[in-house]
Every structure is written in structure tokens, then in C-alpha cells.
Ligand binder design. Sequence first.
Ligand SMILES: [Zn+2]
Length: 321
Amino acid sequence: MEKFFSFPEQLLAYLQCPSCKKGKFIIVAGNEPGLLCQSCKSCFPLIEARYVTKDIFLTPSFHKQINSKGLKKSNYLKDGSEILLTSKKPGYSLSAEVVHEIVKEELPNQGLILDSGCGNQGFKYKINNPRIIGTEYQYYENAFYPINILENSENTAFKNETFDFIISNFVLQSIYNQQLYVNELARILKKNGKIVLSTPSPRWYLAYFLSPSSHVKFLKDVIKNPFYFIASPIKFFLKSHAHNYRELPEELKSSNTLRAEIRQSKKEYYEGLFSKAGLRISKMESSGNVFSLNTRYSFLGKLFKNRRLKKGIHYTYVLKK
Ligand SMILES: [Zn+2]
């Protein structure tokens, strides 16, 4: 793959300070390199000359994460270009494959692409497109390509109307303030740009309940908090099976229960978020079935010939500005 986004020079043109929302950055070299806002003088660290970090509540945790693990320099080519960090192929679930098909159908031939919440950069690997900028709030050790920016997706460092196309695959449900996130995607999308955004449907929670990993997690939670479980078993069960926000700090999880999550996975809820952000739905596909959640038993899901089911466990929206 051609070298495209190596931080910071090439990315700098697309960025503005997320604190004051207007300042341009300059690069500060030295022992602790960073991006300095020329307007409000906020400074954001650059790590391995690749990451800008900005996060309201997670900055200390991912700093710790990065510092304790360190970035393996040997994984990068000498010229710093982006290379595969592992030869392992991405384990795509059936539903992610459907999202991938829709992305391929909608992807423009040119322009800048954002994979918001890119995880291990699986889309960049699958689509094999150097125009993808991948952002995450946490560092993935076994990413296929280095993540370009670590930041808070509710308040990104991108200028208005930067992207022609945005992928947001199964990210929305993990975001603390979902309206802020959708507004932010709309802000950084160009006019006539498109967003492919996938989310869980209420049926996804049934699939999660059928998945062995949800029960393993529940047992672990019981062992960790036996007294809470004994005092209030139903409340505890609902909280443990609430899958989303699980990566948020403890203090922000208190209001999160399974019931609230299922309520927030309905079409009406999503459609409200999109219309408030000024986005139109140009297409919606429902995909996957209760067996297609986990790659381990996705062979069961594949028994169903039509993967784009009317009542699936995922909704994939194509949104326009
Ligand atoms: Zn600033």
C-alpha cells in the first residue's frame, strides 16, 4: 500500500484545535513533541510522531496504556510508512461483512475517508484504501495499520467539512453522548458526503444473550462483586449484561442498564439523533441473525442464505448531509 498518512505533516492540513475549535496547530519538537494551538496555546502530545491525543475523560487512561505497553518501533518500516503489523486476517463477523459490502457499494472513487472508531483498522485492511484515516479512543496493539489519531470522537480535532465519506461501524452504542457524536460526524462531513453507520438493533441483545461470552463476563462480574449480586441479583444481572459503554470509566457507567440500552437501540431513537444533526437517511439495511454475532459460530448464521434480513441484529444506515 502506498504511503499516505504519516503523522504529522500530511494530517496537519485537516486539523484544528479541539479546545478552542479554531486554532491552527504547529508542531513542537523536543523531548516531549506535541501539537501546539496557535490561538489558545493548548498543547497535545505526539507519540511516536503519529498520534494526537485529546480526550475529555480518557486521556490519563490511554496515556497509561501507551506508556505501559510502549509502541513497538520494530513494527514500522525505517521510513515510518504504514505497514501491516500482523499477517493475521481480520476475523469479520457476518454482519461486519454486510457493512463492508455496503461500504464498497457507496464508497466514492476519490476524496478523504474517515473510519471513526477504526478498532484494529480492519476496514483499511479489507478495503485496501490508503485514503482512510483511522481514529480511535484507545490504542490497539495488534492493529493492521497504525491508528492515525487517538481522540475523543465527541470532540474531534478535524476541521469542518473535511471528509467525503465516513465509516462508523458499531461505534455509536459505545459512545457516552451519542447526540454529540452524531453532530460531530455531521460537522466534519462535506456537503453531499456520505456516512455508513452501523448500530445494534434490539435483537442484537438477544444475540448477545445467546453468546457464551456474555455469561462468562457475568460470572466474572459476580466473582468480583459477590455482595452486590446477593443484595440485588436482578439489578446486577441487567447491569452486567448491559454491553455498551463497557469501556467507559466506572463512574460513568452507573446509569447504564440493559433496559436503557435496548431502548436506545430502536430505529426511532437513531432516526431522532440523525435528524437533529441535520442528516438524511438515504438507505437502511437490517442484517445478520442471532447466530451471526460471533465469528466462532458464524457458520450457523451462514445457513441463512439472505444475510440482509428484514429483522436482523444490526442496522446499517447510509446518511447524507
Ligand atoms: Zn486552541
